[in-house]
Write a protein that binds this ligand. Structure first.
Ligand code: SAH
Length: 343
């Protein structure tokens, strides 16, 4: 089985070409070609044939094309299902915003966090994705749309802090100006709150945006919908977030998915406002994308608006997320689930 060359960051690629008796600048060339989305090593026009041959004996380019693409007719959002070399499948989403194109990347096939409302976790974790498999999701979207991607959110299936080292390597690869050169400030990592990694992340990547999936403001309620809360309860989580904002002077985004009659009451909003009082943060209210299997429902629009107003009236910055791609199974893991079930 050949190795995926996209798993190598620039430093490792340089060491590789040097070990093959080639000058270091060949690594710049190869890294650059990979970032342009080549499918075959033969496309690297300025790399000597001997080196191309040697590379292709040991490596593959890790390129994959979507098994399925769903295109939203309302906003141009594209949702991809990619099949990996071992038959696992992951989803990515391409979204157009005023400020540029964003790809939502999956970090794991499946997930073991068990959040009640989420489709990705329904059949547990299959495996971690490698840095190259995360990287390729962006490149495949660029090939398909013929557009450049300038923002990346690691908010697809999986828990990035359950696959920290590979996610860290991926961030470094896409940030490198010799490749895609996506600015650290244009990258967002979303976590369900694995506290030790929040600290590590703030040291390793002080400029990358941090989003925390909160979804409830008391331990009792949060543990019911997010099992991770039993291990990393709210008080410690919020403490870690406050520390993060103090150390990085950057705001934290809290994601709060509104589930009808579960976490969307006025009282829930007030408790949430109390919990976040005085913190440099923003609350992103997400209308639940209904996943049949969970039996949970979306809050009515009016409820979402009232919830948002209540937070604002208490001095908490909040917005309701625009629902992109809601005509194409926008929620995590839905497309993968449907294909698995043969629909
Ligand atoms: N594991 C990470 C990143 C993946 S989930 C995390 O928990 O943050 C990305 C976001 O989508 C999270 O905020 C998650 O709670 C939310 N989400 C999952 N399923 C959803 C659904 N059915 N509707 C709306 N948001 C959902």
């Amino acid at each position: 089985m050949k190795k995926n060359i996209k798993d190598l960051d620039h430093k490792k690629l340089k060491e590789l070409v040097q070990s093959m008796g080639q000058p270091a600048y060949r690594a710049d060339q190869i890294f650059g070609w990979l970032a342009r989305g080549i499918i075959s090593f033969d496309e690297m026009k300025n790399v000597p044939a001997g080196l191309v041959r040697a590379l292709s004996e040991e490596f593959n380019t890790g390129a994959f094309d979507p098994l399925k693409v769903q295109i939203s007719h309302t906003d141009g959002t594209r949702k991809y299902l990619f099949e990996l070399y071992d038959g696992n499948a992951v989803e990515s989403v391409f979204m157009k915003y005023k400020y540029g194109n964003t790809v939502c990347v999956s970090s794991q096939a499946g997930c073991r966090m068990g959040c009640r409302f989420c489709a990705s976790t329904l059949s547990g974790l299959c495996r971690n994705l490698t840095p190259g498999e995360m990287y390729e999701q962006i490149l495949a979207a660029e090939r398909d749309t013929e557009e450049k991607v300038n923002h990346v959110v690691i908010m697809g299936s999986g828990e990035p802090f359950d696959n920290y080292d590979n996610v860290a390597a991926f961030i470094n690869i896409i940030n490198n100006p010799k490749g895609l050169g996506i600015g650290m400030r244009n990258i967002t990592v979303s976590t369900c709150g694995i506290i030790p990694y929040i600290e590590r992340f703030s040291h390793d990547f002080p400029q990358v945006n941090l989003a925390i999936s909160l979804h409830a403001a008391t331990d009792k309620e949060r543990s019911e919908i997010m099992p991770v809360n039993r291990k990393y309860p709210l008080k410690q989580l919020i403490q870690a977030c406050r520390k993060y904002t103090e150390e990085t002077s950057r705001r934290v985004t809290f994601e709060y998915t509104l589930v009808k009659d579960v976490n969307d009451s006025d009282k829930n909003a007030q408790t949430l406002a109390g919990l976040l009082h005085g913190m440099l943060c923003h609350v992103n209210l997400i209308p639940l994308n209904k996943v049949e299997e969970t039996g949970l429902d979306t809050s009515p629009r009016q409820r979402a608006e009232r919830f948002c107003e209540l937070l604002e009236s208490k001095g908490i910055n909040a917005t309701i997320r625009r629902e992109l791609g809601d005509d194409i199974d926008g929620a995590c893991g839905q497309l993968r689930l449907k294909v698995k079930a043969g629909q």
